[in-house]
Design a protein around this ligand. Sequence first.
Ligand code: MG
Length: 206
Amino acid sequence: MNTRIGFGYDSHVFKPGVPLRIGGLAFDHPEGLAGHSDGDVLLHAVTDALLGAVAAGDIGTFFPPSDPQWKGADSAVFLKLAVEELARAGYQIGNLDITLILARPKIVPVAAKMRAHLAELLDAPLNTVSIKAKTPEGLNLDHVAQCHCVALVERIPGDEELKSMSAVIESQRQLEDVVEDLLSTVHGVPKKTSSEAPVYDTDDIT
Ligand code: MG
């Protein structure tokens, strides 16, 4: 299969006096997201989406909350492992679409910075990462941050596959040569040459 998809979801509750980190960025905010790690709801959703895309388990499989070594951990560590698992399975990121849902703080002012930071953490091109933010209208969940992430991943071509792709291109060229020979000998169609005259001759215009 050349492409697969994964979906990740996470939620954390806001708690006073906890540092707030979302998408790997620190926010100056009176409340942070409570969790065993740094509570980065966005990085957790992305981690789960990537692991899910290659059926490699979930964030809790690799980093159980019962393990004291992950207390207060930087969630970028979780994300790095998911990227490694993706590569181990022979896939790379196609694109990610992320939706954050929270009442405060406003994400729009830092959305571009967050997107660039996430692309850097993933070692992926910027245009493969999309981050959108919404408020939880009508859900009575202003004390919670949620995040959804859909990930499309693409199979990385192996050496053998690259060789066979080159062989196909070469055989295509040979086929074109045979057709050109036939057209030339049977129908008298002139063969193309590398020194073929350009379509427009500017001397004629002047
Ligand atoms: Mg979490």
